[in-house]
Design a protein around this ligand. Structure first.
Ligand code: MN
Length: 704
């Protein structure tokens, strides 16, 4: 059988005859090189590169990419040299093949290290020529499709790598179709049982829901027709992996059953122009009530990978949630193929946003690579970028800056410019002076205040999220002179001591702390603080305490270290348990040296209570000032105007609402989750009592 024929037909649809001929030469070369080699499935080896080339040809990749795909394993498996490829097929094809081979060749002692280094190579190869990574992704996709003939343990290892590394990269490049298939194949190989169970359940549910789906579909279509808007409506099916991931995410929050995840109905409306998209959204919001806080405009502000669409969630018939996506035909193609759409739809001057975004990202990666020491550090940094869950904020001039979730003003400052980050001293959020550790949320305007000669603060490491900020701060710390580090450490410690000088601390206490921390000179401690290795607040606490107490035996009342609420960025309040004044609390030290307050009964601290060096007994000062965040759940009967009533009672009590989430349980009841800012436990108790007065309220509880 002449394997080239199928591929030839594909290629003829978009390449001219002379180009197809060149590709055929590459095919013959690869076939002869792999002659006699077999895959573990028993097929001749050449079937694999041909399949990889087919995948890429379906994306209309150029001649050189297809040729390189056909020969992608000849250096690795057939001892062909890149010089040979160079003289036969030219420099471009040779360097593509070499690029792909480099990604596979490296062997490393530990799995984790191997992953990190391979990953780094992959990213770097991508920066040089995107096509190398497209070949590698297609290679992986075909290997996943034919995974069955390998040993089970090998299957699981490759599946894990596919889900952790290849699928996120496909996602980052906006290649949704590729990503979904990699994830599904990976999930099926990693957890065959779970995959089968979910797949069966989806099939059953599909049967039950057929009528509802077609009803909703018809209602939307009729409405668009009567408004004379041209668009097509399609139902969206959730994939087993996306259901599995959602179930995992929700695990531990509430009792999460399959039906809850499945009870969300997905629809996509595809229109001809951007303008129609907004008009369609208006009609949908008129047809069904939108769920507050769920609308996202990715058309005006595309995602990091170039994805564009309008998203909204609607309350459908019988209280069912309907997730809709509205986008144009071009956006749809871009959403499916991302960067590859560049080759697939060469339509005049239509810019491929995915490609522009991908190139921007790569430029940042290059810079990042220069600043990070080893592969593991690099992979940690890049991971953040690969799982985008972003917020959009504005500069005072109205420019949009995109940041990952939980980003702080420090991240924002570094996103603007490294110099801005390095010399940042304070910030204003929506014109109000705010802590540099504040988590930013969508739509805020952020202004960074800088001072000449200001330096990055090592304690920032405990709350920055972007790789750029992290690597710049680390870079600064690494290059810090010992003298400067000591100076910085002294400044931080004196601040933690409540602006007292270190000289005012008694010699006796200094000697005791030196003994406790096993240091010879006090300078060494200051040095460590300056480098961000030790938290200044811990040393301050030890210096202030009179006696040498075993913290694990300490009762709350005796805790010598008191929280005033004015420590600002020196202290973080744990987001798992949201401690407020009046709660029993403990202090812990994060891996990056930050000081974090938890509630004593928080499940996240129960396992570290035996580590003296990670756990500090603390209590609240008598008069604590400030607003503290706390998460409240309110179960209500689903009636009109309920949300408005609860929110007004909250604000009437002088409580600021930071965030609201609405979770529809069964159509009859809702759970409203509020993140609010409160003074103390008494304040909270008063509020809870007032909310309970409503007859539609079933239960009010504070989150643990
Ligand atoms: Mn291969």
């Amino acid at each position: 059988m002449y394997l080239f024929n199928g591929l030839k037909q594909q290629l003829q649809s978009y390449l001219d005859a002379s180009q197809v001929e060149e590709v055929e030469k590459a095919y013959v070369f690869a076939r002869d090189s792999h002659n006699g080699q077999m895959r573990s499935s028993g097929d001749p080896y050449i079937t694999h590169p041909v399949a990889v080339a087919n995948i890429l040809a379906s994306l209309h990749l150029d001649k050189q990419t297809i040729m390189a795909a056909l020969m992608h394993d000849v250096i690795e498996d057939c001892h062909v040299t890149s010089e040979q490829l160079n003289s036969n097929f030219g420099e471009n094809v040779a360097s593509l093949v070499e690029g792909v081979s480099k990604l596979t060749q490296i062997k490393f002692p530990s799995w984790e290290e191997a992953q990190a280094e391979n990953f780094r190579k992959m990213i770097m190869a991508m920066v040089e020529d995107l096509r190398v990574v497209l070949i590698k992704l297609a290679d992986r996709l075909h290997n996943m499709r034919t995974l069955g003939s390998l040993r089970p343990d090998k299957q699981r290892r490759i599946a894990k790598e596919t889900i952790e590394i290849y699928a996120p990269i496909a996602n980052r490049l906006g290649m949704y179709a590729m990503r979904t298939e990699l994830e599904e194949l990976g999930f099926a190989a990693q957890h065959p049982m779970r995959h089968r169970v979910i797949k069966e359940s989806v099939k059953k549910a599909r049967g039950n829901r057929k009528e509802i789906i077609s009803n909703i579909c018809k209602t939307i279509e009729d409405r668009l027709k009567s408004e004379e808007i041209d668009a097509r409506v399609v139902g969206r099916e959730k994939t087993p992996f996306s259901i599995y991931r959602k179930m995992q995410e929700k695990l531990g929050e509430t009792v999460q059953v399959f039906s809850e995840v499945m009870d969300v109905y997905g629809f996509r409306v595809i229109a001809d122009t951007e303008d129609s998209c907004y008009r369609i959204l208006g009609q949908l919001h008129n047809l069904y009530r939108p769920v507050p806080g769920r609308f996202k405009d990715y058309i005006a502000i595309p995602k990091a990978n170039g994805y564009q669409s309008l998203h909204s969630t609607l309350k459908g018939p019988h209280g069912l949630h309907i997730e809709v996506q509205v986008r144009t035909e071009t956006m749809e193609q871009m959403a499916e193929n991302g960067v590859a759409a560049h080759w697939l739809y060469k339509s005049g001057n239509d810019v491929n946003r995915a490609e522009i975004r991908a190139r921007e990202w790569m430029r940042n990666l290059l810079e990042l690579q220069k600043n990070t020491g080893d592969s593991i550090e690099f992979i940690e940094s890049v991971k953040v970028d690969l799982f985008p869950d972003e917020v959009y904020v504005f500069t005072p001039h109205g420019n949009i800056i995109e940041l990952p979730k939980k980003a702080t003003p420090i991240d924002f400052a570094y996103a603007i410019h490294t110099d801005v980050g390095n010399s940042c001293i304070a910030c204003k959020i929506d014109a109000k002076i705010s802590a540099l550790s504040t988590e930013l949320s969508n739509g805020q305007t952020v202004e960074i205040i800088t001072a000449p000669g200001a330096k990055p603060n090592p304690s920032w490491l405990s709350y920055v999220t972007t790789s750029k900020a992290r690597s710049n701060i680390r870079h600064f710390i690494k290059n810090l002179h010992r003298d400067d580090a000591i100076k910085l450490g002294r400044r931080l410690l004196e601040k933690a001591l409540g602006n007292k000088s270190i000289e005012s601390v008694s010699e006796e206490n200094i000697q005791r702390v030196l003994k406790e921390t096993k240091h010879k000179k006090f300078e060494d401690i200051l040095h460590e603080i300056g480098l961000g290795l030790t938290a200044s607040i811990i040393i301050a606490h030890r210096l202030n305490s009179k006696t040498d107490i075993d913290p694990s035996k300490l009762k709350h009342k005796d805790a010598p270290f008191a929280i005033k609420g004015t420590e600002g960025m020196m202290i973080d309040y744990a987001k798992c348990c949201h401690p407020i004044p009046g709660d029993l609390i403990v202090g812990t030290i994060s891996t990056s040296g930050g000081f974090i307050l938890h509630r004593q009964d928080c499940s996240n601290v129960s396992n570290i209570k035996h580590h003296l060096d990670k756990y500090v007994p603390v209590q609240w000062e008598k008069d604590v000032v400030g607003d503290f965040r706390v998460s409240l759940s309110v179960d209500v009967i689903n009636k009109h105007g309920v949300l408005a009533k609860v929110t007004s009672v909250i604000s009437d009590n002088g409580v600021n609402i930071v965030n609201i989430e609405i979770d529809t349980k069964d159509g009859a009841t809702n759970t409203l989750t509020f993140l609010v800012e409160i003074k103390d436990r008494l304040h909270l108790a008063n509020l809870i009592r007032k909310i309970r007065l409503y007859d539609f309220v079933i239960k009010v509880s504070r989150h643990r």
